[in-house]
Design a protein around this ligand. Structure first.
Ligand code: S3P
Length: 443
């Protein structure tokens, strides 16, 4: 799914953000809803699915491998699964667009099916490391021919039956964990993943909900997740909760724009995802939870956020796995805090949709915010609540979160912030700018 022409946008300062908004469905859970439904025997129904380009790439790939996936309404989808082991040889290459989650999880699925698939992607995805999934999937018997450096385009030939393994994650990555567990679904015996540092656990929760035999044990080495293969998954009715990674932009925007008072409805609050809320609270943000409840087996709440003076912190590195996608917008919050915020221990930011450490340093400096770059993070000196100078032209680098984060920065800037291309926002949050117009007006 290549983007069309670059869409340049100039963000002018805004007045306060007020009212109530709803964020789209969680991206991680949306991908998994489609994948697990496609492997169930029978018809699953999904509501609240994120209809962004990344998730649509997953849907298209699953269709190409035999599943029937239909949109029945706004966010409502119906999936007729093929059963574990039932994926078919795709006739053409699987086009993954910008989506690392689609690529790595689907590689896991293909690895234990008797099919060969070619994975392609855009320039951002083609620069991202796939060796981290190629390694364990090869141990299970898959044969992968990748582009130099273990990158896309690549061809993966699955092995059926595959070989069950016990794999200790060398990087904290829910995508790698999930790829191995998904390969394990169609592998005889028990496949184990040892996770020294806990990452988002949506795969585990959802696979259990679909009837897979999956156990989780805490040990000195970390969490040991074991899945019994040759599973039969039962179709489900799934409600996807709102995406905390999308809510993040509003939490920061309302915190930094004076006079803001915003309610973000239906935000997923799984503890493996709430690092940003914790970090913002440490900085003094005014975020309250309203009506905590459960949606689709996940804790959710409405979050009320009011403008508050922020103070710089040393971001606790142990929050990194639970806020790995939120660092770009945390850096924006830091640009408005009093003092120097230091965020380190987040080396993985180098291999996201862009090198988010370098991209955000360049973006903030272009807007007059002093930054210091470390190999594993950034230090940012904030204004103490005043508008940042702004006026910069930002390269979004095919990275939706850079585009949205710098949009947030532009809401309280002395001069407009220009973003060279906001088209990537459609990968995860197609209605972001529409919602911005609904909750604020240009100052
Ligand atoms: C995701 C895991 C994270 C995250 C990505 C979604 C997932 O990636 O950054 O946006 O759905 O499993 P890593 O596994 O590379 O940390």
């Amino acid at each position: 799914m290549a983007h069309s022409l670059p869409q340049e946008l100039s963000v002018a300062p805004r007045g306060p953000l007020t009212g109530t908004l709803q964020v789209p469905g969680d991206k991680s859970i949306s991908h998994r809803s489609l994948m697990f439904s496609a492997l169930a025997v029978g018809t699953s129904h999904i509501t609240g699915l994120l209809e962004g380009e990344d998730v649509l790439a997953t849907a298209a790939a699953l269709r190409a491998m035999g599943a029937t996936i239909e949109r029945t309404g706004d966010g409502a989808w119906r999936v007729d699964g093929v059963g574990v082991g039932g994926l078919l040889q795709p006739a053409t290459a699987l086009e993954m667009g910008n989506s690392g989650t689609s690529t790595r999880l689907l590689m896991g699925l293909v690895a234990s099916h008797p099919i060969t698939a070619t994975f392609t992607g855009d320039a951002s995805l083609s620069g991202r490391p796939m060796g981290r999934v190629i390694e364990p999937l090869s141990q299970m018997g898959a044969d992968v021919t990748a582009s130099p450096g273990g990158k896309l385009p690549l061809m993966l030939r699955g092995l059926c039956p595959a070989v069950p393994i016990t794999y200790t994650l060398p990087v904290a990555s829910a995508q790698v964990k999930s790829a191995v567990l998904l390969a394990g679904l169609n592998t005889p015996g028990i496949t184990r993943v040892v996770e020294p540092v806990a990452t988002r656990d949506h795969s585990e929760r959802m696979l259990r909900g679909f009837g897979a035999d999956i156990t989780i044990e805490e040990s000195d080495a970390g969490r040991i997740i074991a899945i019994r293969g040759e599973a039969e998954l039962r179709p489900q009715t799934i409600t996807v909760p709102g995406d905390p990674s999308s809510a993040a932009f509003w939490l920061v925007a309302a915190s930094i724009v004076p006079g803001s008072d915003l309610v973000v409805r239906n935000v997923g609050l799984n503890v493996t995802r709430t690092g940003l809320v914790a970090a913002l609270r440490l900085m003094g943000a005014d975020i309250t939870e309203l009506d905590r409840r459960e949606v689709g087996g996940e804790p959710v709440a409405d979050l009320r956020v009011r403008h508050a003076p922020l103070t710089a912190i040393d971001v606790p590195p142990d929050l990194a796995p639970s806020m790995i996608d939120e660092y770009p917008v945390l850096f924006v919050a830091a640009a408005f805090a009093k003092g120097r915020t230091v965020a380190r221990g987040a080396h993985e930011l180098r291999v996201k949709e862009s090198d988010r450490i370098a991209a955000m340093k360049a973006a903030l400096e272009a807007c007059g915010v002093p930054c210091e770059e470390y190999e594993d993070g950034l230090a940012i000196t904030g204004t103490g609540g005043d508008a940042i100078p702004g006026g910069g032209r930002i390269a979004s680098q095919l990275d939706h979160r850079i585009a949205m984060s710098m949009t947030v920065a532009g809401l309280h800037a002395a001069r407009p912030v220009t973003i060279d291309d906001v088209a990537p926002v459609a990968t995860s949050y197609p209605v972001f700018y529409k919602t911005l117009d609904e909750v604020s007006e240009e100052a």
